[in-house]
Design a binder for this molecule. Structure first.
Ligand code: SF4
Length: 338
């Protein structure tokens, strides 16, 4: 494993088991994750400590291109990995600080029909160090502290759960970025088994579910994962999750004109969320070339929101940032590669 994917305890043990003081592990962890540096030869590690890690790997992740919005402070980025694969990220500025959308895989195998990230399938999982590298590269480049992390870039986080857990726990470590779990959101297309595993970790992170349809027949058409984990099994997993953590769950709901904004959808959505502490986040569709559907008009979006609210559901409409640099998840990478 590369050194920048290792937990503090693992680094301390690495030095201890090689006859060095374990505090060298703390020094290295702090250098990598608090100072966000990879040039260990310039750290305060002793020559003996450096000798222990001389054949170990430290993975580097670089910003390859930045696309800046002229409408707001949103920046979309391509990161270059050591094997030359490109992944995407977004940095958004809100009143309360910076939020960064992080990728967890190169490509994705989930096949959601509205998503550009999955059009070439999955290439590989990211290591924890490569997820951390996205955050640190942005913080170093813009000299900022990112206060919120959303795992909603390319990839399905629960399909790479071990590395994602490493990423989250290292970010949370007080000797690293010391980021509160509450400021980290995992967004999943609904891998019920992964949701249960995540629940067993009992980390008070935020969970978001890409729902987008309210019945199995229609959801399976746009999200193939629904054939494996249908809405019933998804709901069971969410009840299990809420039983362990009692956190509110956000449902991401991309509005596709005429497809999922009908009265039938209102009724089904109410039924699906019954018994869950749910928040519905409506997202007007951001069309991609490969998905030939339209977003509803602003009036239809407002109407749908009102109908859900009338049924006592907690609803917001996602504010759209960086619209001029378009590129919802996966589009930039595909465009640059062409
Ligand atoms: S929406 Fe998420 S889970 Fe679905 S294909 Fe895209 S990246 Fe994968």
């Amino acid at each position: 494993m590369d050194l920048n994917s290792m937990y503090l305890d693992e680094l301390r043990e690495l030095f201890k088991s090689n006859g060095e003081k374990s505090f060298r592990g703390t020094q290295l962890f702090t250098f990598l994750h608090d100072k966000r540096r990879v040039d260990v030869l310039n750290s305060n590690l002793s020559l003996e400590a450096l000798d222990i890690i001389k054949n170990k790997k430290i993975t580097k992740t670089e910003i390859y291109k930045i696309f800046e919005s002229n409408l707001d402070d949103t920046k979309k980025m391509l990161f270059k990995l050591e094997d030359d694969n490109l992944i995407e990220g977004v940095l958004m500025k809100y009143k309360f600080g910076y939020s960064q959308c992080v990728s967890t895989q190169v490509g994705c195998k989930m096949g959601c029909s509205f998503c550009a990230s999955t059009k070439e399938g999955i290439i590989r999982d990211l290591k924890a160090s490569e997820m951390l590298g996205q955050v640190y590269a942005v913080e170093n480049k813009f000299d900022i502290k990112v206060g919120n992390i959303i795992l909603m870039g390319s990839g399905e986080p629960l399909d790479n759960l071990d590395e994602v857990l490493r990423f989250i726990k290292i970010l949370h470590d007080e000797k690293g970025q010391n980021l509160s779990y509450r400021n980290i959101t995992i967004s999943t297309c609904g891998l019920a088994d992964g949701i249960r595993k995540l629940a067993d970790e009992k980390l008070p992170i935020s969970l978001a579910i890409s729902l987008h349809q309210t019945n199995d027949k229609d959801r399976s058409k746009i999200m193939p994962i629904n054939k494996k984990y249908n809405l019933k099994s998804l709901k069971e997993a969410l009840l299990y999750y809420q039983n362990k953590l009692n956190n509110r769950i956000t449902f991401e709901y991309t509005l596709i004109d005429g497809q999922n904004n009908t009265d039938k959808n209102v009724k089904e959505l109410k039924e699906f969320t019954r018994g869950l502490k749910a928040h519905i986040n409506l997202i007007p569709l951001n069309p991609i070339e490969e998905f030939n559907e339209k977003r509803p008009s602003s009036k239809k979006i407002e109407d749908f929101k009102k109908k859900l609210e009338k049924e006592n559901m907690n609803v917001t409409i996602r504010r759209e940032l960086g619209q001029d640099i378009s590129a919802s998840c996966g589009q930039l990478r595909r465009r640059v590669k062409r």
